[in-house]
Design a protein around this ligand. Structure first.
Ligand code: PLP
Length: 395
């Protein structure tokens, strides 16, 4: 029996591959510092866990409405309206098992073979995977280190064609931690307003930011709300990666399409998990602030250390919890170096090339681990750098 040919067009998420290799080394007794995975190392806040336990006791253990529990959709609509400065209601909300299914379902609902999709590169690998899977044409938009890992707006304009069906934006961004400057978001909105296309605005890191002002969502600009799908969820903001709950904010006609895909796949998101989601959004937010403060401390430490490693250079990210280090100065290919760091020093990071061709020359280090681990990882890399300094001395 052969798999469907479309399966050959699906990609994978390389951080999980690195994790497997790291675990194999650990099984041999090696000590590995995990800087590969993109998940907060904090426990889910206690009041959210309590809400889930209560929900189980109260019998929230059955099927629920496919687009989500009405109370949760209300809470999401209120939160998103407040944080983005827009006005949406519960009918605009699709609750799904994680942020990822919003990508999967909306792209599936919108794309025809041959449609073009502009997406950030380096970027979350699932964008390109899904675009290819659906037979659409991926149009990579290179992110530039010198622009804080945002993109050139002239280049963006040149990428737009009558076939452009979807533009994917991600800010704060994985893997670079970059953010699209507010004035650029405004100009992008101007360029897109009169076009027949949709924007998938991946805002999963919307609360993990180190700037004074929150990120600006493209949905708030005139004419953009009816063209925008906001992807967000609970995984990163509330350290709930394993609960599998996320949501999309979109026009009602697209909610109906996503609901149809949900009926055909999941039926609904777990009911008690959704009750926990209500507690997350309506309860105290101090644990979110505490997590972001700790991420900021780690960010400052890891960037300082990375910039001291011969051949490394690391811009200070404005959001998310990734440092994207330029390693071209080592004289080694980033894939080769990432492999060497794992094998020789037990430091697991992800080769930037796993996030697309424009990520080559970089390694992503997630700082979602305790500061002493980060410092130990950096010390190990510094010791190993003696090896590549000998091969090609770095000025
Ligand atoms: N979007 C981006 C940019 C991400 O980095 C991730 C997770 O790493 C997701 C979406 C998916 O989040 P979830 O775990 O809620 O599916």
């Amino acid at each position: 029996m052969r798999l469907a040919t479309s399966m050959s067009r699906l990609g994978v998420e390389s951080a999980f591959d690195v994790l497997l290799r790291a675990r194999a080394l650990e099984a041999q007794g090696r000590n590995v510092i995990h800087l590969e995975l993109g998940e907060p190392d904090f426990p889910t806040p206690a009041h959210i866990i309590e809400a889930a336990k209560r929900a189980l006791d109260e019998g929230w253990t059955h099927y629920g409405p496919t687009p989500g529990l009405p109370e949760l959709r209300e809470a999401i609509a209120a939160t998103v309206s407040r944080t983005r400065g827009i006005s949406v209601g519960p009918r605009n909300i699709s609750v799904v098992p994680g942020g990822k299914p919003i990508m999967f379902f909306t792209l599936m609902a919108l794309l025809e073979p041959g449609d073009e999709v502009i997406y950030p590169n380096p970027g979350f690998p699932i964008y390109e995977s899904m675009i290819r899977y659906l037979g659409a044409k991926p149009v990579p938009l290179p992110l530039e280190e010198k622009r804080g890992f945002s993109f050139d707006l002239d280049l963006f304009r040149d990428c737009l064609t009558p076939k452009t069906k979807i533009v994917i934006l991600n800010s704060p961004q994985n893997p670079t931690g970059g953010m699209i400057p507010p004035e650029d978001v405004a100009r992008i909105a101007e360029m897109l307003r009169d076009r027949d296309l949709m924007v998938l605005s991946d805002e999963i890191y919307s609360q993990t930011v180190y700037t004074a002002e929150p990120p600006v969502s493209i949905s708030r600009f005139p004419g953009m709300l009816e063209k925008t799908i906001i992807l967000d969820g609970f995984s990163k903001t509330y350290a709930m990666t394993g609960w599998r709950i996320g949501y999309g904010v979109m026009p009602t006609w697209l909610v109906d399409a996503v609901t149809k895909l949900m009926v055909n796949s999941n039926s609904c998101t777990a009911s008690f998990t959704q009750r926990a989601g209500i507690a997350a959004l309506t309860g105290p937010q101090d644990s979110v602030a505490a997590m972001v403060a700790e991420f900021r401390r780690r960010r400052d430490a890891i960037c300082k250390e990375l910039n001291e490693i011969p051949g490394f250079r690391c811009a200070v990210p404005l959001g998310a919890f990734y440092a994207f280090a330029n390693v071209t100065g080592t004289g080694m290919a980033s894939k080769e170096l990432a492999d060497l760091l794992l094998q020789e020093t037990g430091v697991a990071g992800v080769d930037g090339g796993c996030f697309g061709e424009y990520g080559n020359g970089y390694i992503r280090f997630s700082y979602a681990t305790a500061l002493p681990n980060i410092l130990e990882a950096m010390a190990r890399i510094k010791r190993a750098s003696v090896g590549w300094e000998k091969l090609a001395p770095v000025k």
